[in-house]
Design a protein around this ligand. Sequence first.
Ligand code: FCB
Length: 448
Amino acid sequence: MLPSAMHSSETRQDAARLTFPAGFGWGAATSAYQIEGAAKEDGRGPSVWDVFSHEPGRVRNGDTGDVAADHYHRLGEDLDLMRDLGLTSYRFSIAWPRVLPTGRGAVNAKGLDFYQRLVDGLLKRGIAPVATLFHWDTPQALQDLGGWENRDCANWFADYAHTMFTALGDRVPTWLTLNEPKTVVDVGYTAGTHAPGKQDRQLANVVGHHLLLGHGLAVQALRGTAAKGRIGAALSLSPTYPADDTEAARRQAEIADGEENRRWLDPLFKGRYPQDWLAAQAPDAPVRTAIRDGDLAIISAQNDVLGVNYYGTTHVTGTGARVMLHPTSQATWQEISPDGLHDLLTRIKRDHGDIPLTITENGLPTTNPLKDTDRITFLRDHLTAAHRAIQDGVKLESYHLWSLLDNFEWAEGYTQRWGIVNVDFATQQRKRKASADWYRGVIAANGL
Ligand code: FCB
């Protein structure tokens, strides 16, 4: 080796104090409704979020995803942006009603073509596509039939999934069925502040089961095609802790863990709902009849991979009240704790074995348009925690920060900026924030 080459490789290693495993996937995540716009173009049908965001009072400032970050029209530019950052993985979602405008039936060729171009464009730039099938945008035509409240929705979803596996299965290495079913249940159906805006806990739990069933049927559908990729779900998980050193708080933390984590993890990986969670449901709770014989076998059949969305921890008092013991962000539900990520990843290994993991979301909103040093600190701390988990034997394969671009943050509209790339929504101009340049360096060094 030439001395100069040796020197440069040494500096590289020195520069990266924490080196990630060779081939570690460095990514960013987005979702269709939050960035695509083109809500009525090329035959796209409405989703529950189109309808919901147009209802007065639902979204801050009356914002909608009609235009969002206009990604549908700026695909080439955004792909180049990803390439320039050095991304090796990109997690996006497919808008079900763009491909199937009424959720079922004939495929909308122009809608499907967009995702063909996206996947081909990623591969051409050496970026691995991670495709999410459902990031909350249920076709409104199916919602009119009850949406996920209707057990049939699980089959409609599997049929749509089958369409996508057939179209893109030769090129997509990783599929994710659902994004955060918990948020649909808790925010869309209990708090009612997300689409479809219902406030019915009993119905919410039924929806939760049907979502899991849809996941299982989609996994089955993949196995029935020539698709080569792996498949799993993306869950929002939050380690729960007692807020004080009392027996009551410890008990409440265990109950909260059932709701936050085990209620989703156990059906997928153990083929059963947690005993304590089930026991807490009333004898006549509709979810009990929604869970039919054989469902859990379908739900748990061979998950190849698990997507982890991690935003922070949950602390509860002896009365079960949530308290914040760590800093928050503009997203006031967020309790920032990098150590929680290490706890979570090692706990998944402990409870469910060596399932390959990918962090599918992790991030925070910041207010400085370009100098987002607070985001750099957040990302550095969380990557350090993730690295520690890898050293402890966790099979973490990749990391996707949330998010590539500033985007439509659901009920918060455009008031929260989660991107490493600033979007001027008046001109749609993209500008890299400080965190984007920092992340680029991390990727180049395969570490920090
Ligand atoms: C997650 C969502 C994602 C984004 C982030 C901030 O719950 O999956 O779409 O809104 O929160």
